[in-house]
Design a protein around this ligand. Sequence first.
Ligand code: COA
Length: 355
Amino acid sequence: MVRSRIAGIGKYLPAHVVANNDLQSVMETSDEWIQERTGIRERRYGIKHEETTTTMAAQAARVAIERAGITVEDIDFILFATLSPDYYFPGCGVLLQRELGITSTSIGAMDIRNQCTGFVYGLATGDQFIRSGMYKNVLVVGAEMHSMGLDYSTRGRNVTVIFGDGAGAVVLQPTQEKGQGILSSKLHADGSHAEKLAFINPGAHGGYHNRYLDEPVDYGYGNEEYGGIFLTEKMVREGMTYPYMDGPFVFKLAVQKFPEVIQEVLSEAGASIEDLRMLIPHQANLRISQFVQRNLKLRDDQVWNNIQKYGNTTAASVPIALCEAVEAGAIQRGDLVCLAAFGSGFTWGANLIRW
Ligand code: COA
């Protein structure tokens, strides 16, 4: 039976460290508030107008490709997960192909828009391409340059303090070795609360007539909407062009869905929580991870957390944390590893891997 294994893994974190105190100098917040509610001490920001989501992804991808013992020309499919793409379109998949210098046009490139769950969805998708025999070297990337799109005024503090920049990448290859590789993946979606954690402007959503918003909102669309212009002067002036998050709502759902999907993926593979060597939860909030750990009765050494250093890097958080755990020697060949994520959509999911 053919399965996919992670043949190489890499990460990239920009050098610029932004501590909680640095944010305190531009908005009303405090190191104490941020650490108490989220566990975050600092995050990284890419270099404005120089680094992008794609360039950071390329840095992580080059490491993953080298560790897989292949060259960029061997990559036959790219899956790119991000919510902070360089362009509205085309997606980052093709931009990464160009950045890596892949000249072959036989390669496919696809973008995944599943926010914090993007990498877990990407891994499940890449796994299917490998199992079907369609591709042999699938590059799965999660990368984010959040720092370019956050509200640095007090108005945006509940969101801004949480997020950071970074990238993680893996190369998936087929393996015939019994019991090795990605054993199972579970993916879920519930769009009924889509606007609870969302970045909707600019978008083609109909403005005032968007029937999914609790209250009608006037975005200042005049005749412009017929011209296909999604961004209005009013949106910019009134700060409508930033992410929105109903934090407490997200928190309550996340702590419910994480344990459920972890149990689900374990049970499908005929494994139990005691078999788990390492849980790599999406780094949403340290309090969420701690809640999940307690709920599943996992020891400290069975859960990898690094949100304290990097903040929430959305689609990049799972591969960055996995890479860090591997580099630290906390995951060894034969170990059972679970990746799990929950995020905007809402979507949630998990992958179970025999390393
Ligand atoms: N600094 C200081 N005060 C802040 C703040 C900040 N950065 N952000 C919000 N506050 C204030 C609020 O304005 C509010 O003040 P008020 O009581 O005077 O109105 C107060 O803190 C409490 O706000 P609330 O949103 O209820 O806080 P909370 O305890 O729920 O914590 C989060 C906020 C965002 C940390 C928390 O809800 C959370 O982590 N949710 C999940 C978020 C997440 O994981 N997102 C990613 C999903 S993938």
